[in-house]
Write a protein that binds this ligand. Structure first.
Ligand SMILES: [Zn+2]
Length: 157
């Protein structure tokens, strides 16, 4: 994944948001575009606190309530996706950009960190999953829009 998105990508995601806000009758506030741009400049999973800290570091004055609200909008607009990586990760739910993002799945690896167990998130891409998807589409005569697959485990001793 490239940290820098080509400019055309930025236009597309902004248009998606603009259209969504218009369709839903939501206000077209500049903060929403700034938050969207920051998310698309990120190259990893994030949670609300990460995003809030990032906005503060960049001297954008956005409340946490606005961030929560904006995340709900982006989810509904299909601009980001939400993960439930489990309680042992440092964050129970994480988000990531979903447009132009290379299809990938997640491996949650538990490990001991001093006195507590934490989970590391590893992304992987296996073309066989695409093959399974196509086989299911053919078998059931459906078009699959999305899927959710998580593997949970621990490092072999
Ligand atoms: Zn991911």
């Amino acid at each position: 994944m490239d940290a820098k998105q080509p400019d055309t990508h930025k236009h597309v995601i902004k248009d998606v948001l603009k259209q969504y806000l218009q369709d839903k009758g939501f206000r077209n506030t500049p903060e929403r575009y700034t938050i969207l741009e920051e998310i698309y400049n990120m190259d990893h999973h994030f949670n609300v606190d990460d995003l809030y800290l990032l906005m503060m570091q960049k001297k954008y004055h956005v409340s946490k309530a606005t961030i929560y609200n904006t995340i709900e909008i982006f989810l509904d607009a299909g601009l980001i996706r939400k993960h439930q990586f489990g309680e042992k990760t440092l964050t129970s739910s994480s988000y990531e950009k979903s447009y132009f993002d290379k299809q990938h799945d997640h491996l949650v690896v538990y490990k001991q960190d001093s006195d507590r167990e934490i989970a590391e998130i590893i992304e992987f891409c296996d073309p066989r999953i695409q093959g399974i998807k196509e086989a299911i589409e053919d078998a059931f005569g459906v078009t699959i829009d999305s899927h959710s697959l998580y593997f949970y485990g621990r490092k072999k001793e």
